[in-house]
Design a protein around this ligand. Sequence first.
Ligand code: RBF
Length: 174
Amino acid sequence: MKKSTTRIATIGIMSALATGLMFLEFPIFPAVNFLKYDPSDILPLLAGFIFGLSDGILILAIKDLMFYLLKSADIVGIIMNFVAGASYLLPTVLTYRWRKNRVFEIIAYVNGVFIATGVMMLLNMIVVPVYWKISFEDTLKLLPWIAGFNAIKFSIDSVVNAFIRKRVEKIFEG
Ligand code: RBF
């Protein structure tokens, strides 16, 4: 168990870094350019692997709150970003925690990508028609792009996490 002061400092530093990274957002598919990739979810993911799920969720929430206050002011976009991040983080960290080995780590990422993609497809089917004032039929046409966006976003985060998490862990072992 880490000292609580160290934990608070770590959460603060990682939340600040994540907030900064969220400014690097860019769309992947022109058809759904309101969906923007940014690498900020990698920090909650690292924290989830190294320190535990609750620290990961906390960093995700602080990052989204900070970004909302500093830049976006779009509450729907921020909530969608948070739900997407959480629905990826939860299954990924829980699966990895179950058996901490390389095979389960890969299963964890696959689980996370599939669950987050499924959850966001369902949620966008409800939110997009209201948010963009388009018909349900037109929303259905966007669904493959929405699925592709989430699959790509969380696959990138998974690969980066897999490559850097041990190095980051060493920094905190100090
Ligand atoms: N972010 C995701 O990671 N996955 C999504 O499926 C997703 N759906 C969104 C739907 C709407 C209508 C909006 C406005 C945003 C959505 N976002 C989603 C968040 C978006 O990519 C971006 O992070 C936020 O809008 C903050 O700029």
